[in-house]
Design a protein around this ligand. Structure first.
Ligand SMILES: [Ca+2]
Length: 202
């Protein structure tokens, strides 16, 4: 009889211990899963979605690595932040060769209909365009026909930022645009950067 009671108590004890362990496991798992999701959502920049999506592409050219986000569009400021958070910078195009290589890559990938932000702004001085990513004054331009059109400094619709896109058969050309409009994003960093790598995407 006592043996039966001992076995019964031992069985109940084991069931309780295992139940507590399982409960702890479930709570911990939920916390980790929910915590990760919250972190991505709070960024508002869809980090994990971008990294998993095949439309997010990398190009390595000369000494730079370029990350093309074609998953969603953002205004200039969000685009700038998007790259910074990835230890990269919003695109600066400093030569015709660089401009043509990026344009060709977009054509090769079937993305020539998309429009992208560069880091160019004339917010510091309306008469001087700079690459905000590097702080350097822009020497090389590839304006589209009739651009730039922004000509009323510091009013709400003034075009203080530059997008690059394919327009007609004129190649990868530039257009000054209101910084609050939305475009896709190209980030750039030295090829040796500790940032997004081919392994992290594919
Ligand atoms: Ca314009």
């Amino acid at each position: 009889m006592w043996l039966f009671i001992d076995i019964f108590i031992l069985t109940v004890h084991c069931v309780l211990i295992n139940s507590i362990k399982m409960l702890c496991f479930l709570i911990l798992s939920s916390f980790l899963l929910y915590g990760t999701k919250c972190q991505d959502d709070s960024e508002g920049l869809y980090t994990s979605k971008v990294l998993r999506n095949n439309n997010s592409l990398l190009l390595e050219y000369e000494d730079s690595r370029y990350f093309f986000n074609t998953e969603f569009e953002a205004n200039f400021f969000s685009a700038f932040q998007f790259c910074k958070k990835r230890n990269m910078e919003l695109l600066s195009i400093e030569s015709a060769d660089e401009n043509n290589r990026i344009g060709l890559f977009l054509v090769e990938k079937g993305l020539s209909a998309l429009r992208f932000w560069t880091s160019a702004v004339n917010l510091v001085s309306p008469t001087a365009w700079i690459w905000l990513a590097t702080g350097k004054e822009i020497k090389y331009f590839n304006w589209d026909n009739g651009e730039p059109t922004g000509n009323i400094p510091f009013v709400s619709n003034y075009e203080n930022c530059i997008q690059a896109r394919h327009e007609g058969n004129r190649g990868f050309t530039w257009n000054d645009l209101n910084c609050h409009f939305k475009n896709y994003i190209i980030c750039e960093a030295p090829i040796t950067c500790k940032c997004i790598s081919p392994r992290s995407i594919f």
